[in-house]
Design a protein around this ligand. Structure first.
Ligand SMILES: N[C@@H](CCC[C@H](N)C(=O)O)C(=O)O
Length: 260
């Protein structure tokens, strides 16, 4: 049988999206991992299913490139909103369901803003700052992320035993502000087990940590290898509210994937 798929990317974090409203997609780890494989498959950092929901516009189900279902994906969330718009399911606004609850989003042309759920304020530990922005993230402030071996240092921290309660972490190496409220971030992603060009929940985690440690109280602009994102928020005491992630989310190509 063949699977109709759509390829999207948000600041270089790329995804296979399948419209699974008819529930025909086989949710098997090996099929998903093979589809995401960059040499034997379509190639992607993750695969996303768009499914029906009784209460809101649609449901997002997210799998990492290793084929395992995972926690919230910020760039994937922005891409599925662009996909829902292309399908004609939504117009400029939407509310959809993901693994961590309901998300509101807005779309203007190729730019999608997505509200994210932040569980608590950043927690300082011996490696950096832990914060859950829908997915678990470690943010490590460094003087120059370009000098870091993200693959090896990221992988070591990703498997640090102190993060096993959340099934490991994604690891973000963050610069000090390069201009007023602009930072540069590189991310090692759990489930891809490599550096990705950008990670939406990681960029959000880094922006909130930057707000804490550098006293930035407005939005933070985050430069990644795949492009620039903006993280908006407001602060009530030390709690972050109305956290949003904004940037481009683009259709790349569509096709059919053949399964024996
Ligand atoms: N690329 C993502 C994060 C996806 C989930 C992550 N790999 C994990 O398993 O925690 C993003 O844009 O947020």
């Amino acid at each position: 049988m063949d699977i109709k798929f759509y390829k999207y990317q948000g600041t270089g974090n790329d995804f296979i999206i399948v419209d699974n409203r008819d529930e025909t997609f086989k949710k098997e780890k090996d099929i998903i991992a093979n589809m995401c494989h960059r040499r034997f498959g379509v190639g992607a950092d993750g695969l996303i299913l768009l499914e029906n929901d009784d209460e809101v516009d649609f449901r997002m189900v997210y799998y990492n490139a290793d084929g395992h279902e995972s926690t919230m994906c910020g760039n994937g969330g922005r891409c599925i909103v662009a996909f829902a718009k292309m399908l004609g399911l939504i117009d400029k606004h939407t509310t959809f369901r993901a693994i961590d609850g309901l998300h509101k989003a807005w779309i203007i042309e190729d730019v999608v803003s997505l509200e994210l759920h932040v569980k608590a304020q950043p927690l300082r530990d011996t490696n950096g700052f832990f914060i859950h922005t829908g997915s678990p993230h470690l943010v490590v402030p460094v003087s120059d992320p370009e000098q870091i071996s993200v693959e090896s240092e990221g992988r070591t921290l990703r498997y640090d035993p102190c993060y096993q309660t959340t099934g490991g972490v994604n690891v973000n190496f963050m610069s000090a502000p390069i201009e007023n409220s602009k930072i540069y971030v590189r991310t090692y992603e759990r489930g891809v087990e490599a550096e990705t060009l950008s990670c939406g929940t990681g960029v959000t985690a880094a922006a909130l940590v930057a707000s804490e440690i550098y006293g930035i109280n407005e939005s933070v602009t985050v430069v990644t290898k795949g492009g620039t994102l903006r993280v908006g928020f407001s602060k009530k005491g030390s709690t972050f509210e109305h956290v949003s992630l904004t940037g481009e989310a683009k259709f790349v190509f569509e096709g059919k994937y053949w399964i024996m």
